[in-house]
Design a protein around this ligand. Structure first.
Ligand SMILES: [Zn+2]
Length: 319
């Protein structure tokens, strides 16, 4: 008999208190207002009280080191403490390091690790991690594009190590290519990385040829929103069905939205609803619903908040 009791569990909302701290770069689009807008919208949508809300602490250092080099992590910590030599490693404006950067990044990774644990101890059926800073541009040894630690890669590598998984799918529908995630997971046989992204666009980095365990779908500027859900339906889902993942991690960036100024795709809430519904259904059929969605980009705070509400409603639903 198929055990479907997991469907009665709540969706988890994993966050941390440091999301309220400002970006070290003044007037950065990656700001505390993003999470604030999401929370306000969840409350207005009546969704917040049916979620299991968990305020998370930092990821254990040894877990972060599954995805990052020790000297890089040490430099991030030293740079946050003001060490001039270490700060040279973070010289780009969009990876500026301030006094709180290290602990904010560790808390974001911690939320994803906690979400993975709660999925496997079955206190939640699936999860959304409302975290900042985001992570998918962070490489093993390099920060990039508002990202310092690769939250989703840390979660994936942790799940592999802790729960001995052999097939983990990492999906990325942020409008920017998840170059950090690709670079960390490329060539590792226990992972498959699926990403769609506007191309060419920041970070202008892709591995050529595409690694065997990577499915990359570049989209031209101006693509309509349904193109994203078409990729999910016609490329990701058949590949997932063949792959049979034991866990799905999702880099959920909402900056392909038509109201975003950083990119030129034309997605709307309905497209995020469609993609979410299909992925939740696939996770339900393939791996007892085990899906951890991790916030990446999305900078137009009003459309971000509406899109995340739609996305979480899709995680909550069971059909
Ligand atoms: Zn993005």
């Amino acid at each position: 008999m198929i055990d479907s009791n997991w469907r009665r569990l709540p969706t988890g909302y994993f966050t941390h208190q440091l999301v309220e701290l400002p970006n070290p770069l003044e007037n950065a689009p990656e700001s505390p207002e993003r999470i604030e807008a999401i929370e306000t919208r969840l409350m207005a949508g009546g969704v917040d009280d049916i979620l299991r809300r968990v305020d998370c602490g930092p990821a254990p250092r040894e877990t972060v080191l599954l995805a990052h080099d020790a000297d890089y992590l040490a430099d991030l910590e030293r740079a946050s403490a003001g060490d001039a030599e270490a700060l040279k490693r973070f010289s780009e404006p969009d990876t500026k390091v301030g006094p709180d950067t290290f602990r904010c990044a560790m808390a974001s990774a911690g939320a994803v690790v906690r979400a993975v644990d709660e999925l496997f101890t079955r206190t939640v059926k699936n999860a959304f991690c409302a975290v900042r800073p985001p992570g998918h541009h962070a490489w093993r040894n390099r920060a990039s594009g508002f990202c310092y630690l690769n939250n989703v890669a840390i979660g994936a590598l942790y799940a592999r190590a802790r729960y001995k998984l052999e097939r983990i799918a990492v999906l990325d529908f942020d409008v920017h290519h998840g170059d950090g995630t690709e670079s960390i997971l490329a060539g590792l046989p226990q992972f498959r990385f699926f990403s769609l992204f506007q191309w060419p666009l920041f970070p202008f980095t892709r591995m050529e040829p595409t690694p065997e365990n990577v499915v990359a779908t570049p989209l031209a500027a101006g693509a309509e929103g349904h193109v994203l859900s078409d990729v999910v339906e016609h490329i990701w889902l058949p590949a997932l069905e063949a792959y049979k993942p034991q866990l799905v991690l999702l880099s959920a960036g909402f900056d392909a939205h038509v109201e975003e100024h950083m990119a030129q795709l034309k997605a709307a809430e309905i497209d995020y609803a469609r993609m979410t519904r299909r992925l939740v259904r696939a996770a339900g059929e393939l791996c007892e619903g085990r899906l951890v969605s991790v916030l990446e980009g999305g900078y137009a705070v009003r459309s971000l908040a509406r899109s995340v509400l739609t996305h979480i409603q899709g995680l909550v639903r069971n059909d």
